[in-house]
Design a protein around this ligand. Structure first.
Ligand SMILES: Cc1ncc(COP(=O)(O)O)c(C=O)c1O
Length: 461
């Protein structure tokens, strides 16, 4: 076999073009073979088909059809978030333009751990992260410019937020709502902090009175308490009462982190942005554009109000940021992440922001939120279904009326097994609910009706 061509360099585009044709073809044939939102047959059938297609994955001599075969197999065996009946998770269908930009990121392969590997990408990252941070915190106050770190998603952002709090105050006690994402208590565990104090969230959002009581009981030294609130809960898409929680934190001198991994997308929408009032009062904010931002994974961010907090991440490795290089003007990139080699996820984000603009992104947000309201209305109009509550974001919880929790779980699994629909599950008010998370801006009202019909038709009686 001759030396395989490279993706970059003068020959790169010529070598890539026919391969891209193969990829696009295989994506099409694979999803046609699947014929629905999820491969049918359940885990064993899917695993067998994948293994049959893959064959010997490390043969002595390679084969020319690996690209076509494996892309087809993966597409055939994928959960497709672009299918309107695939609505379980905060798993968005990526925009074509963002995905195209991601191809360029792979071709150019800048690595954001040193300027000499990413001269323009590092500047683009600075530009986009300060722009996004300004969406939350406004523009510079003259002494400091809020910024953001690029992460692999909400989990890494939440971990970094807890780490920055620990470094700012040496010891920190995390306090979060019962509705918080599991990555927050996990971050406390990872960082060797005491077990978090969990504040009740009786109606799905953190109760400010209960937070006040919890902080009073803790009476930590000023600054040693870190409160994590949520703007867009994983289970129900609810937003904590941010201004009230920020007031309570201010009274107790507690640091505030807001996990807006889901709800952060509302920043782009004139209509929905007011629901995020109070976000700017947080020291740190998790954003995640591979949720309500239509990016291919990964596209997480942690916005940081005071850039001085980032001194905690300062680190020296002579081969990447030698002091004399830095003094001579080469930008030091190591305090932007705990990772070393880092892909330029910022490119697809930048391309999306500039292509759609705030209005274009806001329209997508408005659209999926409106579809969620449509779905809730449809559910409410059907006597065989029970709606949990009108949606705040784009998540709708419902269940077949009068069904047991076992029946609710069974209908979800049957639809998954048959590859007919992908719905999530959530336990709220001590009952199990089906969860539809609408992130597909192409979903039509007819699709929603079809989804409900499937649920009604597959509920065990
Ligand atoms: C509120 C919230 N925070 C954090 C996360 C974690 O994000 P990721 O899966 O991108 O790490 C999620 C994931 O669903 C989430 O819903």
């Amino acid at each position: 076999m001759s030396t395989p061509p490279l993706a970059s360099g003068p020959e790169g585009p010529g070598a890539l073009r026919p391969l891209l044709d193969t990829v696009l073809d295989a994506l099409r044939t694979g999803s046609t073979a699947r014929g629905g939102p999820l491969p049918a047959g359940g885990p064993e059938d899917v695993a067998r088909r994948l293994r049959d297609a893959a064959g010997d994955i490390l043969p002595r001599h390679g084969t020319d059809d690996a690209l076509r075969t494996l892309v087809h197999a993966l597409a055939e065996g994928s959960a497709d978030p672009a299918d309107p009946l695939c609505a379980a998770h905060l798993h968005c269908p990526p925009l074509a333009v963002a995905t195209a930009a991601d191809l360029a990121a792979s071709v150019l392969n800048p690595s954001l751990d040193s300027w000499d590997q990413a001269p323009a990408a590092s500047e683009l990252e600075t530009l986009v992260t300060t722009t996004l941070a300004a969406e939350i915190y406004g523009t510079t106050d003259g002494t400091r410019t809020a910024t953001a770190l690029v992460t692999t998603g909400g989990t890494e952002s939440n971990q970094l937020a807890v780490l920055l709090a620990r470094e700012a105050h040496s010891a920190v006690q995390l306090v979060h709502g019962a509705n918080a994402h599991h990555s927050l208590p996990r971050a406390a565990w990872l960082l060797g902090l005491p077990d978090p104090v969990v504040v009740p969230a009786p109606a799905g959002t953190m109760d400010p009175v209960a937070l006040d009581e919890a902080l009073t009981a803790l009476r930590g030294p000023r600054g040693s308490l870190l409160v994590a609130a949520t703007a867009g809960t994983t289970d129900a898409g609810l937003i904590d009462p941010l201004p009230d929680l920020a007031d309570v934190c201010a009274t107790h001198g507690a640091r505030l982190h807001i996990d807006a991994a889901y709800g952060g997308g509302l920043l782009f929408s004139d209509r929905h942005r007011p629901a995020l009032d109070g976000l700017d009062r947080a020291h740190t904010v998790t954003l995640d554009l591979h949720k309500l931002g239509w990016q291919p994974i990964a596209a997480g961010l942690l916005a940081v109000r005071d850039p001085h907090d980032l001194t905690a991440l300062r680190h020296q490795a002579d081969y990447l940021n030698a002091t004399d290089d830095t003094e001579a003007g080469l930008p030091d990139l190591l305090d932007r992440s705990l990772r070393t080699t880092r892909r330029p996820d910022i490119l697809k984000i930048a391309v999306t922001l500039k292509t759609l603009g705030r209005a274009g992104l806001g329209a997508l947000v408005d659209h999926v939120c409106a579809r969620a309201t449509d779905l809730a209305d449809l559910i409410a109009s059907r006597p065989g279904l029970e709606l949990h509550a009108p949606p705040t974001l784009s998540t709708v919880l419902f269940r077949p009326a009068g069904a047991t929790d076992e029946a609710v779980a069974a209908v979800r699994r049957t639809l998954l097994h048959d590859g007919r629909a992908v719905l999530g599950r959530a336990r709220l008010d001590d009952r199990l609910w089906l969860k539809a998370t609408l992130l597909n801006p192409h979903t039509r009202p007819d699709d929603l009706a079809a989804l409900l019909k499937l649920v009604e038709g597959h509920t065990p009686r």
